[in-house]
Design a protein around this ligand. Structure first.
Ligand code: MG
Length: 405
């Protein structure tokens, strides 16, 4: 089996409520969805983050030319060929674009084998996968009401964006804990907004509200600072932005900088690299979970296969499906990565998977009118994935400059 052509499509899906976080305000995820065609007639789908404008040209000019002619089973070859094309200099640009094609490769591998991916990655380790509900920053009463709403819908873990304003961070954490009671897990994601001194001050003030962990309190490359903070902190420290590749994960472990590590196959350069990173953590006794960048249907299906088959991925995985206005695969089921996913439970905080290998490929749907898309030059006017309306490069977002002191 060889890849003969790859189409791509850029998609922006609006959030129901804007994502306000330590780095600014985002109105929805921008994703690249790729379709890989083969000489045996199988079609594979993949998806990746397209947060910044470099992702699409890297996909088109570097990754796709390398992938054409490749056997989709050879994901390690694909990764290393991309490495050779400039990974050392542009690691954080290459991983996103590479991940989309690598996911499509795995979709093809699963379809060729007639098996869902978790069966190829060690088998089903757990029956149910817990997913979180995201809470974004606003006034304490509103966030607390939102937390209660998600708990009533079945979510057992919530995630609070923190680090925007320390005057409101503590009242929000207090109001949320009071609203959901003692049995709901709550994690706080700072997105690197604090200095070491601020982190000590804020963790001291937030600790009484029983946080599951504080995520990425300092800038992503300060592993020594995180290690020192972890030795002091009464709340476990999780690292997210610090943990892209397998080498990043190993460096975190060597530095003893984290109690929990968030993986993201789009940031690791693919599902297989994320699976290997999880194994490194497993050997070190560190639990992992999955970071969310606004996954649509293809990536969500892939996430569930990872979570189903990875022993140390027992913490609730991140996801924002409950806050997204639409998706690229038919609801309630999707056949991406050869497994049907019951969609409704995902929105209720847990996903109970059932498998039906060899479903006919389901093409990502055309998008609702409120969603704009753009596409590459592969398409012809007959291609139903092409949208000829005015195009934009990436989704709108506001950037917040500076850090708290
Ligand atoms: Mg995070």
């Amino acid at each position: 089996m060889r890849i003969t052509s790859i189409e791509w499509q850029k998609v922006f899906v609006p959030y129901a409520n804007p994502n306000v976080w330590g780095g600014g305000r985002r109105f929805g995820p921008t994703r690249l969805v790729v379709t890989a065609h083969t000489d045996v007639g199988l079609v594979g789908y993949g998806e990746t983050l397209c947060l910044l404008q470099f992702t699409e040209p890297v996909l088109v000019r570097t990754i796709i030319p390398i992938a054409i002619g490749l056997d989709p089973h050879d994901v390690e070859h694909l990764y290393r060929k991309v490495e050779g094309a400039g990974f050392y200099h542009h690691k954080r640009a290459m991983v996103f674009a590479l991940a989309a094609v690598e996911m499509a490769c795995w979709d093809l591998v699963g379809k060729a084998a007639g098996a869902p991916l978790h069966k190829l990655w060690g088998g089903k380790y757990r029956e149910r996968i817990e997913m979180i509900a995201y809470l974004f920053v606003s006034d304490p009463e509103k966030v607390a009401a939102e937390a209660r709403h998600y708990v009533d819908r079945g979510f057992r873990t919530i995630k609070l964006k923190t680090g925007v304003d320390e005057r409101s961070d503590v009242p929000i954490a207090k109001a949320v804990r009071e609203a959901v009671g003692p049995d709901i897990r709550n994690r706080a994601d700072v997105n690197g907004a604090w200095t070491p001194g601020t982190a000590k001050r804020m963790i001291s003030r937030l600790a009484p509200f029983d946080l599951e962990y504080v995520e990425q309190p300092l800038v992503h490359d300060d592993l020594l600072g995180h290690a020192q903070l972890r030795r002091w902190s009464p709340v476990p420290i999780a690292l997210d932005e610090s943990a892209y590749t397998t080498a990043d994960v190993l460096n975190i472990i060597r530095a003893e900088a984290a109690d929990v590590i968030l993986l993201d196959p789009h940031e690791a350069g693919g599902l297989w690299q994320a699976r290997k990173a999880a194994s490194i953590c497993e050997a070190a006794g560190i639990p992992v979970t999955l970071h969310s960048g606004g996954e649509l249907g293809c990536s969500t299906a892939a996430y569930l296969h990872l979570a189903w088959s990875t022993p140390n991925m027992f913490l609730a995985i991140d996801g924002q499906q409950h806050n997204q206005a639409d998706d690229v695969v038919p609801i309630p089921r999707c056949s991406a990565t050869t497994t049907a996913v019951s969609w409704s439970p995902v929105a209720r905080g847990s996903a109970c998977l059932w498998t039906r290998p060899n479903l006919p490929a389901t093409r990502p749907k055309r998008f609702a009118k409120r969603i704009w898309t753009c596409n590459g030059p592969n398409g012809s006017p007959k291609n139903p994935l092409i949208d000829r309306r005015p195009q934009r490069s990436v989704g709108p977002h506001e950037v917040r400059c500076g850090r708290t002191t």
